[in-house]
Design a protein around this ligand. Structure first.
Ligand SMILES: CC(C)=CCC/C(C)=C/CC/C(C)=C/CC/C(C)=C/CC/C(C)=C/CC/C(C)=C/CC/C(C)=C/COP(=O)(O)OP(=O)(O)O
Ligand code: 1GP
Ligand code: MG
Length: 227
C-alpha cells in the first residue's frame, strides 16, 4: 500500500538504534501500513543502508524520512522531506532543501518525494532543539500552521510532532478540523494501545517510534488498536 492516503499507522525506526532480526520481523509483519526510517542523531549512509536492506526482506512500504543530505540513498519506496514550519531558522524550512535540490535535482524522481510540514511541539526533543523550533504556541497558532500547510503551501502532510512525549489531544482535534486534503500525522509518546486509539480518532496517521525499543509487545499492540 504505497498511497499515504490509505495509511493509519506507521512505525518509525531509528537507524542509530539496535533492533534484533526477530524484533524487526515482528514490526514488519505487524500489519502496520509502512516503516519510516528516520531520526535526528547520527543518521549515516551506513546505518540507513543497513536498516533499509533488512526491512527490504519484507513486503512493507519503506520510507526514508530525510534528516541529512549525506544519508540519502536509493532504494526506498518513498522519501519524506520534513520542513519545520515553526523553526526560527530558514535552513530547516527551505534552505537545506534548496541546496539538496541543487545537488540532486537532475536525478530526483519527484513521484517518490513527499513533503511533510512539521510543527514540533515538545521543546525537549532533539528535533526541536536542532531546528530551534518555537514550541511556545497556542492552539490557535497551531491551527494556523495547519491552515498554512494546506491552504498556502498545499503540503500533502501536516505532522504534529511531540517526539518522546504524549501530546495535547484537543490540539490534534482542532488541527484536524481545518484540514481537508492535507493528511494529519501525529507522533509522540505513544506507549499503549489506548493512547494509539485516542490519537487515531483525530489524526489520519499515528506514528509510533521509541516504544519499539523500550517495550516491543506494547508497540505491536498499537497496530491492532488502530487498524
Ligand atoms: C540518490 C537519491 C536516491 C536521490 C533521491 C533524491 C532525494 C530524495 C533528494 C532529497 C532532496 C531534499 C529536498 C532533501 C532535504 C534535505 C534536508 C536535510 C532537509 C532538512 C530536513 C529537516 C528539517 C531536518 C530536521 C530534523 C527533523 C525534523 C527530522 C525528522 C525526523 C525526526 C523528527 C526524528 C525524531 O527525532 P527525535 O525523536 O527528536 O530524536 P531521537 O529519536 O533521535 O531521540
Ligand atoms: O518516538 P515517539 O515518541 O513514539 O514519536 C514518534 C515520532 O513522531 C518521532 O519522530
Ligand atoms: Mg525519537
Amino acid at each position: 500500500m504505497y498511497d499515504i492516503n490509505e495509511w493509519k499507522h506507521v512505525f518509525k525506526l531509528d537507524p542509530d538504534k539496535e533492533i534484533s532480526d526477530e524484533a524487526l520481523e515482528k514490526i514488519c509483519e505487524s500489519g502496520t501500513d509502512a516503516i519510516m526510517v528516520g531520526g535526528s542523531d547520527n543518521v549515516t549512509e551506513d546505518n540507513v543502508l543497513n536498516l533499509m536492506s533488512r526491512i527490504r526482506r519484507y513486503l512493507i512500504p519503506c520510507v526514508l524520512e530525510v534528516s541529512t543530505v549525506d544519508s540519502i540513498i536509493p532504494g526506498f519506496d518513498l522519501y519524506f522531506i520534513p520542513t519545520v514550519l515553526n523553526s526560527k531558522r530558514p535552513e530547516w524550512i527551505v534552505e537545506l532543501h534548496q541546496q539538496a535540490v541543487k545537488e540532486f535535482g537532475e536525478i530526483m524522481n519527484w513521484d517518490e518525494i513527499i513533503v511533510e510540514g512539521y510543527c514540533i511541539l515538545n521543546e525537549e526533543c532533539k528535533a526541536a532543539k536542532l531546528t530551534e523550533a518555537n514550541t511556545d504556541l497556542t492552539c490557535d497558532d497551531v491551527v494556523a500552521y495547519a491552515r498554512v500547510a494546506e491552504n498556502i503551501f498545499h503540503l500533502p502532510i501536516f505532522y504534529l510532532e511531540y517526539s518522546g512525549k504524549l501530546g495535547d489531544l484537543s490540539l490534534v482535534e482542532e488541527a484536524k478540523n481545518v484540514l481537508s486534503n492535507t493528511k494529519l500525522f501525529y507522533g509522540g509518546g505513544i506507549t499503549t494501545p489506548e493512547e494509539a486509539k485516542m490519537f487515531a480518532e483525530h489524526a489520519d496517521v499515528v506514528v509510533v517510534g521509541n516504544v519499539i525499543y523500550s517495550n516491543l509487545d506494547a508497540a505491536l499492540l498499537t497496530v491492532s488498536a488502530i487498524k
